[in-house]
Design a protein around this ligand. Structure first.
Ligand code: NAG
Ligand code: NAG
Ligand code: NAG
Ligand code: NAG
Ligand code: NAG
Length: 391
């Protein structure tokens, strides 16, 4: 899940730059002008290492060899690996520091279906075990790295910007996490100051942006704006449980359009699923100051399912200027709220009593903060790369 975010950010570098018209490349991926934090001293193409983008050849070795070779430039100006147009089948590969993975706009990474290409590695200290492996270890991610510096994400998730992404996912489009139960509480590393902008998401079985359920290190200051969701299960979703501890605080969402959704809003304090039996049943998560402003949703089966924790209510839940059009023939109650509290304003259809309209008619409520975060103003440099022709 953590790597899903990393991957999205890498994609964001190419797409984000495109939108500012400072990113160009030729159809073959042999010439490239691009924006990054700093220009890289060495660039190479995956094809230099025997990569074949034909949709059938495995490129695991090519990726691993390319990055092993490029890692020697870590302390000598950094490096970049260019993946030209094609369908590149690969198992897991590890990144290196001061490194850019550039995917051509017509390059598709296809995860290998060969299980032997997915080794089980040590669990994250903040997790105890992998979510998909009860044996103790965890399956390695498609794109993996530890202790890296300057790989677009420069600090493993403080000051991260994900922008101009189009994601179709069988799970959440973006999943924000920070550790699992007693392991995450002990590790104490929150995900903070995350900015998500101009995201289009199709997530038929999950959320557009999921916060949790492993949030035991805390998630604080997430700002999401200009989001389009199509045929998705839920919008910005909070998942947590007794035993998680931690917090999800100061979340602001503005400008979201949703079409064909199961739930426009969904929060769960009953997500269950623990790393092991060592979790603390008294470790209650704090869910506070969650704001949604300017949202329009059409063809929605249920407006909201908001389920806090008995004795530990979710507070400061604010929704303003929200219009939800329910699907035809929907009979269920549009809002279902338990153990949630505080204001809402200008919401159609009328929300549950717990979110009573305490600021009638106010358009100020739930407003996005005006002051910018450091990552908002981060400037990137323009660099170029030309692949040498074969001799
Ligand atoms: C990638 O890193 C993991 C964890 O450090 C390690 O177990 C694995 O062997 C590495 N893979 C390669 C191909 O170097
Ligand atoms: C990562 O860095 C920490 C702190 O420097 C170190 O303790 C740990 O062994 C490193 N992990 C890996 C996989 O290199
Ligand atoms: C509304 O949503 C349902 C699924 O809940 C879908 O089958 C239908 O095509 C949608 N209608 C429109 C007009 O998008
Ligand atoms: C309400 O939100 C819509 C977008 O959903 C926006 O076009 C409109 O300007 C907003 N109105 C106010 C009063 O903020
Ligand atoms: C409302 O939510 C509660 C849990 O908070 C659940 O038990 C109940 O089934 C829900 N009702 C409907 C109609 O979805």
């Amino acid at each position: 899940m953590v790597m899903a975010v990393v991957f999205a950010v890498l994609l964001a570098t190419t797409k984000g730059v495109e939108s500012r018209k400072a990113w160009r490349e030729n159809a073959e991926g042999e010439y490239l002008e691009y924006c990054v934090i700093s220009c890289r001293a060495k660039s190479a193409s995956l094809t230099d290492f025997g990569g074949v983008g034909d949709g059938t050849t495995s490129n695991t070795k090519a990726f691993q060899e390319a990055i092993t070779y490029l890692s020697q430039y870590e302390s000598e100006g950094g490096s970049q690996l260019v993946v030209p147009p094609g369908k590149w089948i690969t198992g897991s590969f590890n990144l290196t520091s001061h490194f850019t993975l550039h995917l051509h706009k017509d390059a598709v990474l296809v995860a290998s279906q060969d299980e032997s290409e997915w080794p089980v590695i040590e669990p994250l200290p903040s997790y105890g075990r992998g979510r998909d492996n009860t044996e103790g270890g965890r399956f390695i991610s498609l794109i993996f790295g530890t202790n890296l510096t300057d790989v677009v994400i420069t600090d493993s998730c403080t000051n991260t910007r994900i922008e101009d992404c189009y994601i179709v996912s069988g799970d959440d489009c973006i999943a924000v996490k920070s550790g699992w139960d007693e392991y995450g509480i002990a590790f104490r590393m929150p995900t903070k100051q995350l900015v998500i902008r101009r995201l289009t998401c199709i997530s038929p079985f999950s959320a557009v942006i999921a916060l949790g359920s492993e949030m035991s290190g805390g998630i604080q200051v997430v700002r999401a704006e200009d989001i389009v969701a199509i045929n998705s299960e839920s919008g910005v979703r909070i998942k947590t449980a007794v035993g998680r501890g931690g917090f999800v605080k100061d979340i602001y969402v503005r400008g979201m359009t949703m079409k064909t959704m199961k739930w426009a809003f969904w929060m769960t304090g009953n997500y269950g699923c623990h790393a092991d039996n060592g979790y603390d049943p008294y470790a209650l998560p704090v869910i506070q100051n969650i704001n949604h402003h300017e949202m329009a949703a059409e063809n929605v089966t249920m407006a909201a399912e908001l389920e806090g924790i008995p004795g530990d209510p979710f507070t400061g839940i604010c929704k303003s200027n929200v219009t939800i059009t329910l699907a035809k023939n929907v009979k269920k109650l549009p809002w279902n709220c338990t153990d949630v509290a505080r204001i809402s304003s200008r919401v159609v259809p009328q929300p549950c009593e717990a979110l009573a309209d305490q600021v009638p008619g106010s358009v100020e409520a739930c407003n996005f903060p005006e002051e910018s975060l450091p990552i908002d103003n981060f400037q990137v440099q323009v660099c170029s790369y030309r692949r040498k022709p074969w001799r």
